[in-house]
Design a protein around this ligand. Structure first.
Ligand SMILES: C[S@@+](CC[C@H](N)C(=O)[O-])C[C@H]1O[C@@H](n2cnc3c(N)ncnc32)[C@H](O)[C@@H]1O
Length: 249
């Protein structure tokens, strides 16, 4: 399915912007990325963009993981069905979260103490939390193929940006956090302190303050770039998404 067609079907549903959706769609087609892991899916809008690219390629699957106890309407399953893309995505719902899904995947794919690398692209877009997403990175790395990509969304998000008294985000209570944990973008810390320093990752990019991307090059060379292409549309999309998240929480 062409990008404009899938965008006309699901593009009005949060959370991914049109630019990021098109970026993923194009990347999948150009690099022929067929096995994709999406951790944190909400309404499955990004899932649909990626599944549409796989349909265009004629093969592949997005394994899309989220929690059981969430109520995003429309659901990811309904959006995939509406777009006729169910054959290119598998939605997995976990009771406690995606780190246990990663446990199951690593356990299932391990033979003779070696884990099979099975994915070309992994998007980490869940609770934006140092502990959960830091652990998810090391686990997902075991499953990522050479030259595969890891993408982290919400690079600059902080708990402080959404906090009201007694709040929790994705089941994590703000009350248990120090001021530093509240004010520090935790995905940025995962990217800068764990991913960027990891010997497997050679090409690293920060894009528009919202994505950190890293390629598993398995070489000692490091290439780190920061690209800010702030358009009025980006800023508008960020404000609208922020308001939407606040209303939902
Ligand atoms: C920002 S949304 C994902 C948006 C989606 N990737 C897109 O671009 O359309 C974050 C999602 O992460 C999920 N999530 C949060 N913590 C999680 C966890 N520990 N395990 C699995 N999913 C989680 C939430 O339920 C929510 O659906």
């Amino acid at each position: 399915m062409k990008f404009d067609e899938i965008y006309s079907l699901v593009g009005h549903v949060p959370y991914i912007t049109k630019d990021h959706g098109k970026y993923l769609y194009t990347m999948i087609l150009e690099q022929k990325l067929t096995d994709i892991l999406e951790l944190g899916i909400a309404h499955g809008t990004a899932t649909c963009f990626m599944a549409a690219a796989l349909q265009e390629l004629g093969r592949g699957c997005v394994t899309a993981v989220d929690l059981i106890d969430v109520n995003f309407q429309p659901t990811a399953e309904a959006q995939l069905k509406k777009a006729g893309l169910e054959a290119y995505a598998k939605v997995v719902r976990m009771k406690s979260g995606y780190t246990w899904f990663l446990h199951d995947e690593i356990a299932r794919r391990t033979k003779d103490d070696k884990c099979e690398e099975a994915y070309d692209l992994c998007i980490i877009d869940g609770p934006k939390n140092w502990t959960i997403d830091g652990a998810a990175f090391f686990m997902a790395d075991k499953l990522l193929r050479k030259n595969g990509w890891m993408i982290f969304d919400d690079y600059d998000w902080t708990y402080a940006s959404v906090s009201r008294d007694g709040d929790s985000t994705d089941g994590i209570s703000h009350r248990t956090m120090s001021e530093s944990e509240m004010k520090t973008p935790q995905v940025r810390e995962v990217f800068q302190l764990l991913v960027k320093q990891h010997p497997n990752y050679g090409t690293l990019r920060v894009m528009n303050e919202s994505w950190g991307m890293a390629q598993k090059t398995l070489t000692p060379d490091k290439n780190y770039t920061v690209a800010f292409e702030r358009t009025t549309k980006d800023l508008f999309a960020k404000v609208v998404t922020g308001i939407y998240r606040r209303i939902r929480s």
